[in-house]
Design a protein around this ligand. Structure first.
Ligand SMILES: *Cc1c(COP(=O)(O)O)cnc(C)c1O
Length: 408
């Protein structure tokens, strides 16, 4: 099944069309380009059962809804269908409640985060267009994913990180073959360096939403979720929102699935979760605005959502509003406490960003924004192991007599 259905690219702001067979970045008005498909044709030629019967275990099973023309250009590091795990101990279910809380654990993807999905597609398209040098600003996970896929494809990569990016991420990126630089600024400062160097260095800018294909990779979270849940989408999705690629991508997936007739009924309410120390989208949404100005002095330990300004701000807010969702901010203290609590009580190691979605779920329940009848999916977007963890302080002296009573 390597059929190709892309018709064109489209400016997400003005609707202007762009050819899909040329290298593209942002549209003329500086906004993201979206990939459009001949959905009518897909509907005639492919059924969802055909997708379900695919032998491919990962995002390439959705290739009719993806932009890569030739299978030889697919760059793959063993992407999998990520599991949905039911929280059992950290949620109080009453017998009469129909709802449930599932974690979609994206930490199992290559390089330990869902950035693999976006960069898998972006690098495959880079291969298709024979690009030879990619550059990216990153808070850690996007850089690692780009480095891995670019290196695998034999493409040179250069990565710029804020100097306080978690050490493990920085080392991972460099180990995976990217030329890695620490910048005394935030991700938007790194983005500026990438943008301004384009002419002189000739690298291609793979920043969030500044090329059309990372969204398509992240879109596969929505396709996968639908298929996993037997084509019945959940009621509410909590998504930790930085640049918003995943939220925008999933919403695009749901609209495409609806048009294909593969899902029926109401689409999920999309909830954008941010950290209190960096909540531009939450603030704009609360004020009824479509654009979110730069958030000053952004701070949060949840590095993946420390994004002070997003080119796709209006797309995030539109998806939230169209889906009758909401936006909510969580403090770092709550984030870290929730991470530790869920790990301790449910055996699920969330990353801080994932923990933010769990806390947002609890807060939304108490504020009556959702109910216990809702089927909820929380996104755990990276493995918890990439972040600093609480220290172990218990000690045991093997040379002394051990008092086994202490283990009871
Ligand atoms: C990138 C990232 C996010 C934010 O994802 P977007 O789709 O860019 O909003 C959240 N959590 C982690 C761990 C990330 O790496």
């Amino acid at each position: 099944m390597n059929k190709y259905y892309v018709t064109h690219l489209e400016c997400s702001m003005t609707g202007k069309k762009y050819p899909a067979n040329e290298i593209q970045g942002l549209s003329e008005v500086g906004r993201p380009l979206l990939v459009r498909y001949d959905l009518e044709k897909i509907k005639k030629e492919i059924s969802r059962e055909e997708i379900s019967n695919s032998k491919i275990d990962g995002l390439w099973r959705y290739s009719p809804l993806l932009p890569v023309k030739n299978p030889e250009d697919r760059v793959t590091l063993g992407e999998i269908i990520t599991p949905l795990i039911k929280l059992i101990n950290s949620v109080n279910y009453n017998k009469e409640d129909k709802g449930l809380v599932l974690i979609k654990d994206e930490g199992r993807l290559p390089t330990g985060s869902f950035k693999a999905r976006g960069l898998c597609l972006a690098v495959s398209m880079a291969k298709q267009f024979k690009l030879n040098h990619l550059a990216i600003p990153t808070n850690g996970n996007a850089g690692a994913a780009m480095a891995a896929y670019a290196t695998h494809a034999g493409i040179k990569s250069t990565v710029f990180c804020p100097e306080d990016t978690p050490d493990i991420n920085i080392r991972e990126i460099q180990s995976l073959g990217a030329e890695t630089f620490l910048v005394n600024g935030l991700i938007n400062d790194c983005g500026k360096i990438v943008g301004e160097g384009k002419e002189e260095v000739g690298w291609f800018d793979v920043s969030t939403l500044k090329e059309p294909y990372r969204i398509e990779g992240k879109k596969t979270m929505g396709l996968e979720l639908a298929e996993q849940l037997n084509w019945e989408l959940p009621d509410v999705i909590f998504y930790p929102t930085g640049g918003g690629t995943g939220l925008i991508g999933m919403w695009k997936a749901f609209l495409e699935l609806k048009e294909l007739g593969w899902v029926k009924g109401k689409l999920p309410r999309m909830v954008a979760v941010q950290a209190e120390g960096c909540a531009p989208i939450v603030k704009a949404w609360e004020n009824g605005e479509e654009h979110a100005p730069l958030w000053k002095d952004a701070y949060t330990k949840a590095a993946g959502i420390r994004v002070p300004v997003a080119v796709g701000d209006f797309l995030i807010i539109r998806a939230v509003n169209e889906s009758k969702g909401f936006a909510i901010a969580i403090s770092d203290e709550e984030i870290m406490q929730t991470r530790d609590r869920v790990a301790y009580t449910d055996g699920c190691f969330l990353c801080p960003e994932g923990a933010a979605t769990m806390r947002a779920y609890e807060k939304a329940l108490s504020k009556k924004l959702i109910t216990k009848q809702d089927k909820v999916v929380l996104f755990n977007c990276a493995t918890g192991l990439k972040y600093p963890l609480p220290a172990v302080t218990n000690k045991l002296d093997k040379n002394k007599k051990i008092d086994y009573k202490v283990f009871n």
